[in-house]
Structure formats: structure tokens, C-alpha cells
Design a protein around this ligand. Structure first.
Ligand code: 6PG
Length: 469
């Protein structure tokens, strides 16, 4: 009987949470997980048995039976690993689908691949929606932020499901909105993860600095608790919990190997920034800080060569460290939304930055009070550094970030994102930069020509330089 309203394909961590969320919201769902002898056996069936809210759900490990259980036009959400797996799954499903069925890719897929899949499936008469889903396991269960894009007609078909299960903003509106055409939904999810990398890195850096000023992790958790008053965020809240998690009398976090992993989303954001010519320098700094952490053995070796006798003598208050943190967070959000705006212009997506900030005010990993403020800021401007309140904040915080970063440098403390935040800010606010030297060098050795600042700035010039080399 094809009586299920919505199909969920792939019962990993996120897929399972979404199934429970859909069922808890009263939807009749069909759930599918592949059968792999000895590895994945009766996954959907066992999952159904574990959760009373799934009593009405139907469980499958046969694709044909799963698809035929769905009312038409079928709505199937794919929650499988990004990459080739999506394409394999699409090929497995295609023979069983009918014209106008809808596939929704809820994984962290690359936005370029989403556009290709959209076009490919369109040629097969199948609608395709790429959507970012943010919030992790708990968010997917209780209400994620959902970022769908692509086929608007198809979106209107699945909108009731996605909006119902999404988180709600402070006005109880769904943290789910039609983002725009093509792969724009996966693009902004990618940028979300880039901003997330920086927020995580900044918290790691301020904890390192607070420790260097003599606080233990319990004391630091209490300091960060006070930061909730002015700089609250989901990541701040979980980091406080992390610092307070003990194993016996020890802090568990002190036992975790300091080699940061990643699943590639921050990598893609950095690549997209370079391809679009947008200086997302904090995202790159956070990504490469993770890569640096991976060279643990080399770090140990080089430490013995260079780091003997370094004693930290940090004269910093927790207020100064908080203000440096807040300065860098504003720059992080400036860069992230600038990347989205530049992509929107280049790809003619016509994205709504205020609406994107709004669906990021709850459910997602980068939800924060700053994000709530940006919802209103983006109604007035696309450049947050032109907003009067943020200008005042930046001016207020700047002395602290300069002091904190310089003290870190003087005490050999690494603060990649805090340091880059003030470096970038000084760059983007400098009228006469050093790029004229670069242009001269390029023209000297490569005759790449340059523009002049004392004519119309259109004509290209080349100089026969006095070559002494
Ligand atoms: C989210 C998270 C989610 C996932 C990250 C992990 O928005 O719910 O960002 O997508 O946990 O992709 O990213 P890394 O493994 O690259 O840190």
C-alpha cells in the first residue's frame, strides 16, 4: 500500500534523528537502509523497534518496496555521505521512480555537484532539491536549520514537511526557507560550516589564552559563563559543558589528542573563496590551524629545536579577551556573509542575507545572539561593517584585540584567527595599500602591466624598468 507521505533514505546519525522528528510531527514515513551482509542488517527494522514514535513508520531494506510504499509524487530525502555515494544512490533509485517524483539531498554535498544533479535529474523528469541541514544529531531530532534550494515548484511540495520539522526562530517561524536556485542551499551550508570552523577556533584560542593567564578549566568555564550575557552562542554553551566534563578528577578534554579532524566542508569553503576571489581569511586560518594540528609529531620535534624557555607573562584581563573574541566574531560573520553575497552576485542567485541569518538564529551550529542581530542589520545593508552599531562595537573592541594579539605574539602563543581578524580588518580599512609594489614587481618580471592612480585608471601601462639583475 503506497500510503507513506515521506521517505527517508539512509539511517545514519542524522537520518535517524530526522525520522524520529518527522514521526513526532505526525507524518507517515517510510524508512530505508541498505542491507550489507554482516555489516548493515535489518537497520531500519531494528531502528523502528527501538522507538515507539516510529510505530506507524514502515521500515525497508529493499529499494523497490521502499519506493512503492510512498504516495506519488514521491518525496524521498537522501541522508547519505556526500560525494559519489549520492550518485550511486540516485542511479539505484531511478528505475523505481515516476515522473515528478522529488529527491532531496540533505547531506553536506558540494554545491557544484548539486547543480549537476539538478540538471541530470531534470532530464529524467525527476525534481531535485539540495538542502543544507544543520544542527547535528540533536538538532536533527528537535529541529534543525534547513536550507533548501533548487526546484521551487518541488520545494512547495515538500515545504510542509521541512518547515514542520525545522527549528523555529524567536517569532516561532520555521528556520527553513527556500534559499534560491541551483545549489545555493548547499553553498550557504558550506559557508555555515566555514563560519563554524572559525567560531570553534576562536573559542579554542581564547581558552588557550585564559589558561596562559593562570586560570584552570573550571575557572575558565565560569568566565565563559559570564560571556553569555553579551556573546552567547550554541558553541559557547557546549564549550562550557566540555570544559566542565570530568573523567574522575581530570578534565576529559585534557585527555583528547590535539589533532583536529574535518570532513571537508571548511576545505570547500576555502576553495570557493579562492575561486570567487573573496578574502575569507579567517575561514582559511581556521582550516589551516586544523591542518597544522595534524602535524603532531613534527610539532613535538620542532618544539624541542626552538621553544625552550618560553615563559608566558600575559598581562590580560578576561574582559580584554572577551572583547578580542567579539571583535573577531564580527569579522568572521562579515567575511562569511560577504562570501555568500559575492556568490549570489556571480551566480545571479539573488540571495536574501537577512532571511539566511534568520534561519541561522536557531537549530544550526552557529546560532547566536550576534546572528539574531544580523537579521535586522541585513535588512538595511549587505555589508555589516557599515552598520552604525557594529561600527561602534568594532571601535570599542579594537584596542583589546590589538593588545591580546600582540601579547600572544610576545609570549609565543598561537592565536591564528584572533591575529588574522585584526590583520584583515586593518587591510580592509586601509586606503593606500602596498599592492602598488606587487603591481610593479609583476610588471618588472612579467610585463603584466599596471593601472595608474594619476590618470583615468583604465589604461594599462608597462615600464621598461632599470634592470640591474
Ligand atoms: C552541522 C555540522 C555538521 C557536521 C560538520 C562537521 O551544521 O550540523 O556542521 O554538518 O557536524 O560537517 O564538520 P567537520 O567534520 O568538517 O568539522
Amino acid at each position: 500500500m503506497n500510503t507513506s507521505e515521506f521517505g527517508l533514505f539512509g539511517l545514519g546519525v542524522m537520518g535517524k534523528s530526522l525520522c524520529r522528528n518527522l514521526a513526532n510531527n505526525g507524518f507517515k514515513i517510510a524508512m530505508f537502509n541498505r542491507h550489507v551482509d554482516g555489516v548493515e542488517v535489518d537497520v531500519a527494522k531494528n531502528f523502528k523497534a527501538e522507538h515507539p514514535e516510529l510505530s506507524e513508520a514502515v521500515a525497508f531494506d529493499d529499494i523497490s518496496a521502499f519506493v512503492n510504499a510512498l504516495e506519488t509524487p514521491r518525496k524521498i530525502m537522501l541522508m547519505v555521505n556526500a560525494g559519489k555515494t549520492i550518485d550511486y544512490v540516485i542511479e539505484d533509485l531511478l528505475p523505481h521512480l515516476s515522473k515528478d517524483d522529488i529527491l532531496i539531498d540533505g547531506g553536506n554535498s558540494n554545491y557544484k555537484k548539486t547543480k549537476e544533479r539538478f540538471e541530470y535529474l531534470k532530464s529524467k523528469g525527476i525534481h531535485f532539491i539540495g538542502t543544507g541541514v544543520s544542527g547535528g544529531e540533536e538538532g536533527a531530532l528537535k529541529g534543525p536549520s534547513i536550507m533548501p534550494s533548487g526546484d521551487l515548484e518541488a520545494y512547495n511540495n515538500v515545504k510542509p514537511f521541512l518547515e514542520k520539522i525545522s527549528a523555529k526562530d524567536q517569532n516561532n517561524l520555521p528556520c527553513c526557507t527556500y534559499v534560491g536556485p541551483e545549489g545555493s542551499g548547499h553553498f550557504i551550508k558550506m559557508v555555515h560550516n566555514g563560519v563554524e570552523y572559525v567560531e570553534m577556533q576562536l573559542l579554542a584560542e581564547v581558552i588557550t589564552i585564559l589558561e596562559a593567564t593562570g586560570h584552570n578549566l573550571d575557572e575558565i568555564a565560569n568566565i565563559l559563563e559570564t560571556w553569555k550575557n553579551t556573546a552567547n552562542s550554541y558553541l559557547l554553551e557546549i564549550t562550557i559543558d566540555i570544559l566542565r566534563t570530568k573523567e574522575g578528577d581530570d578534565w576529559l578534554v585534557k585527555k583528547i589528542l590535539d589533532k583536529a579532524g574535518n570532513k571537508g566542508t571548511g576545505n570547500w569553503t576555502t576553495i570557493a573563496s579562492a575561486e570567487l576571489g573573496v578574502p575569507s581569511t579567517l575561514i582559511a586560518a581556521a582550516l589551516f590551524a586544523r591542518y597544522t594540528s595534524f602535524y603532531k609529531e613534527e610539532r613535538i620535534q620542532l618544539n624541542s629545536n626552538f621553544k625552550g624557555g618560553t615563559v608566558s607573562d600575559l598581562q590580560l584581563s578576561s574582559t580584554e579577551i572577551l572583547e578580542a573574541y567579539q571583535f573577531a566574531r564580527i569579522i568572521n560573520h562579515y567575511q562569511g556573509f560577504k562570501l555568500i553575497a559575492e556568490a549570489s552576485n556571480k551566480f545571479s542567485w539573488n540571495l536574501n542575507l537577512s532571511e539566511i541569518a534568520r534561519i541561522w538564529t536557531n537549530g544550526c551550529i552557529i546560532r547566536s545572539t550576534l546572528m539574531e542581530a544580523l537579521v535586522e542589520v541585513f535588512k538595511e545593508t549587505t555589508n555589516i561593517l557599515t552598520n552604525s552599531q557594529l561600527i561602534a562595537s568594532i571601535k570599542h573592541y579594537k584596542p583589546s584585540v590589538k593588545k591580546v594579539v600582540s601579547q600572544c605574539v610576545l609570549n609565543d602563543i598561537t592565536a591564528s584567527c584572533l591575529g588574522e581578524s585584526i590583520q584583515f580588518f586593518n587591510g580592509i580599512t586601509t586606503v593606500d595599500s602596498s599592492a602598488n609594489i606587487i603591481q610593479a614587481q609583476r610588471d618588472y618580471f612579467g610585463a603584466h602591466t599596471y593601472k595608474r592612480n594619476d590618470d583615468d585608471g583604465v589604461k594599462s601601462h608597462h615600464t621598461i624598468w632599470n634592470k640591474t639583475n
